[in-house]
Design a protein around this ligand. Structure first.
Ligand code: FDA
Length: 282
């Protein structure tokens, strides 16, 4: 069954770049920045991986032409990691280089645990040559504190998230409190060490804790930002932006929206009822 796009509208800007650019302009009017994500993942065909890379290069050209302040986020499995690590590195390098030319940050999403080692390795190689890149780190993984320490040592930047994939208990915390505890620890490590951190969560308790930690320790505004997903906690996004915080909303778009959409649905049981209500109404 193909799900109709209107169901995903809350979480996905639309199917075309123009939809994402319109959303970016609406956010800009509220002093909120965006990170654009052209949806797609687990590509197992070289030509498709090459095409996905070309799409990102095109997006960067358009953003530059439009003088947009948007950044972009890429999934390495969309540009070849599911096929060949070297190919993914080559493609990512092209995208990061083009981003550097235009002053755009290229963020790297963290996907399921089968890609963690390769994603970090590619990130470190990119980082050696170009500074306009950062990687997502998932607080639900047992390994993430060790990875965080390595990234701090190498003077890298991260987007800290809780983690959105199904992982076994051998690799990931199963209790929310444990993930949250790890999130706080990694967040404070980055803030204390002065390495750049995107605090990417809708968890209001963590956001408030970050705000007081930042205030108490006089952390420079250049060292962090808040990030949230399109369609989630708009009230909090706008409140933070009104207070003068750097807020960036992750805006996904494209035709391959289903896996992303499904992760958002799984995160909250109310979302399931929303889908069921709308499907049965049709
Ligand atoms: P938590 O799940 O505890 O939710 C806190 C509150 O947020 C909830 O009480 C609710 O109010 C609201 N909320 C959260 N999810 C919601 C939903 N789906 N629908 C409605 N309300 C919701 N993951 C990953 O594995 N790799 C990645 O690269 C990224 N990238 C990324 C970028 C950005 C900018 C963000 C904000 C998140 C990601 N994620 C991600 C997703 C992340 O791992 C996580 O799954 C979600 O952010 C939900 O976790 P919270 O931190 O919001 O906390």
């Amino acid at each position: 069954m193909k799900f109709p796009l209107f169901l995903a509208r809350r979480f996905v800007a639309g199917e075309h770049l123009q939809d994402a650019l319109r959303v970016a302009r609406e956010f800009k009017a509220k002093a909120i920045f965006v990170t654009l994500d052209h949806l797609g993942e687990d590509v197992t065909n070289r030509q498709k991986a090459r095409r996905a890379t070309a799409v990102y290069l095109h997006i960067l050209d358009v953003l530059h032409r439009e003088r947009s302040q948007a950044d972009i986020s890429i999934k390495l499995s969309q540009i070849g990691l599911a096929l060949d690590k070297k190919l993914a590195l080559q493609h990512a390098m092209q995208i990061v280089q083009r981003g550097k030319r235009y002053g755009v940050m290229v963020e790297i999403d963290m996907e399921s645990s089968r890609y963690t080692d390769d994603t970090l390795d590619i990130f470190f190689r990119l980082m050696k040559k170009h500074k306009n890149t950062m990687v997502a780190l998932q607080a639900y993984l047992h390994r993430s504190m060790d990875d965080a320490v390595q990234i701090v040592k190498r003077r890298g930047a991260i987007r800290l998230v809780k983690g959105g994939y199904k992982e076994p208990p051998t690799l990931a915390f199963k209790k929310k409190e444990d993930t949250n505890k790890n999130y706080r620890k990694i967040m404070k490590l980055f803030l204390k060490k002065g390495r750049f951190l995107a605090i990417a969560t809708h968890d209001e308790k963590i956001v408030r804790e970050a705000q007081s930690f930042i205030k108490k320790n006089k952390i420079s505004t250049k060292k962090y930002m808040f990030q949230m997903l399109y369609g989630i906690r708009r009230d909090l996004q706008e409140e933070l932006a009104r207070e003068g915080y750097h807020v960036r909303v992750y805006v996904p778009y494209g035709t391959e929206w289903f896996p992303y959409y499904w992760r958002r649905i799984r995160e909250r049981k109310e979302n399931f009822f929303f889908v069921l209500r709308h499907l049965f109404r049709r």
